[in-house]
Design a protein around this ligand. Structure first.
Ligand SMILES: [Zn+2]
Ligand SMILES: [Zn+2]
Length: 367
């Protein structure tokens, strides 16, 4: 059994949700330390880990980042943590690449830094690591994610994953209660929510760039059916391919919610409760990853860069420190039926290719 599969098989048995990756991070920190990295635990007061290997020769600091958290599922009525997004695979590949690079004395210049971050699924893990100083000295940063089979198959990889910006907006709509027989004396929060939803659905941005905004949760229950409900809660999921499009979309959605609710005389309080920035990738890093994929998997294994409406909190690192040159690749592992599906499974043998791609890329930069 290869080293990466050994790490994976252990981590897969101890899934832990965001900021609770206690056993996972203890294992990763211990292995990193043994491999020769100067390791810091509890980065930013979390389960995050940073390991540093200094070659002693001048050069850039290159960081490899993997996420550690599992998802919380309800399976057969029972709440449980399960690795259905492959973060156990990411940690195993980055750890194995780190171990083998040191063993092979492949780091000839600069510093190799390993970042194991918590809580990617919560969208706040990267921010905690940034606060803890994890990227203060980082010049270049590489990340990866396994891909669903329909995007990328085993034996293939994508040199640049252009994730979209994504956000959640929460709205509280305030109407006026009244008896069902006297609706003219009240302001119906359901009518106001419908006004807000229709106003958001009527937003049109430049269709050359992809975006979407839709209501995804609606709560309104005054407890009876013969009264005018005065309060409703509506949530929207908004996404955009580029950060500039997201800025425009967010502004218009917040405005549309207010004006939509106002058409029936209700007040709406809307706020962004979560937002992840879109990918900002460096062309030089993408070229290095493309060459590394070609060397590891052959010409037929290299796919084109890919845009996805999905989000990835990796891009907080480049938002907070835009001078970092970042690369992010997608690895084909035949993941089915899909990421986040409770039965998600994939070809674990494909993890060896991920280790190979990481090692080749690191050697091109620090070798
Ligand atoms: Zn996920
Ligand atoms: Zn993920």
């Amino acid at each position: 059994m290869s080293k990466v599969i050994k790490h994976y098989e252990y981590l897969h048995t101890i899934p832990e949700i965001g900021f609770e990756e206690v056993k996972t991070s203890a294992y990763l920190a211990d292995q990193l330390e043994k491999a020769g990295f100067q390791t810091t635990s509890h980065v930013g007061g979390t389960t995050g880990i940073v390991g540093v290997y200094d070659s002693g020769t001048a050069g850039p600091t290159l960081a490899l980042r993997a996420d550690m958290d599992a998802l919380g599922h309800v399976i057969d009525g029972v709440h449980c943590a399960r690795h259905t997004c492959g973060h156990d695979a990411h940690s195993s590949m980055v750890l194995t690449a780190a171990e083998e690079l040191i063993k092979e004395k492949a780091i000839q210049k600069g510093r190799l830094k390993i970042i194991f971050q918590p809580a990617e699924e919560l969208g706040t893990g990267a921010l905690a690591m940034i606060k803890g100083g994890a990227i203060d000295d980082v010049d270049m940063l590489l990340g990866l994610h396994i891909r669903p089979a329909e995007e990328c198959k085993t034996g293939q990889a994508i040199p640049a994953m252009y994730y979209s910006a994504s956000g959640t907006i929460e709205t509280v709509i305030a109407g006026v209660p009244a008896h069902g027989a006297r609706p003219h004396l009240g302001v119906n929060a359901i009518d106001a929510a419908v006004g807000a939803i229709n106003a958001v659905n009527a937003i049109h941005l430049n269709p050359n760039f992809s975006y979407s905004a839709k209501a995804t949760k609606f709560l309104c229950d005054s407890g009876v059916t013969n009264a005018i409900p005065a309060e409703a809660h509506v949530f929207w999921d908004i996404r955009a391919q580029f950060n500039s499009t997201m800025d425009e979309l967010r502004t218009k959605v917040l405005q549309a919610i207010q004006t939509g609710a106002a058409t029936v005389g209700a007040k709406a309080e809307a706020k962004v409760i979560k937002e992840i920035p879109a990918a900002e990738l460096d062309e030089e890093m993408t070229a290095i990853l493309a060459d590394s994929i070609r060397e590891a998997l052959g010409d037929e294994g290299l796919l084109k860069p890919f845009s996805t409406p999905g989000g990835e909190d990796f891009f907080f690192y480049t938002r907070e420190k835009p001078e970092i040159k970042a690369g992010f690749f997608g690895l084909g592992v035949n993941a089915t039926p899909g990421l986040h599906h409770p039965d998600m499974h994939f070809d674990i043998e494909a993890l060896d290719s991920g280790v190979e791609i990481l090692k080749i890329a690191v050697k091109k930069i620090l070798g």
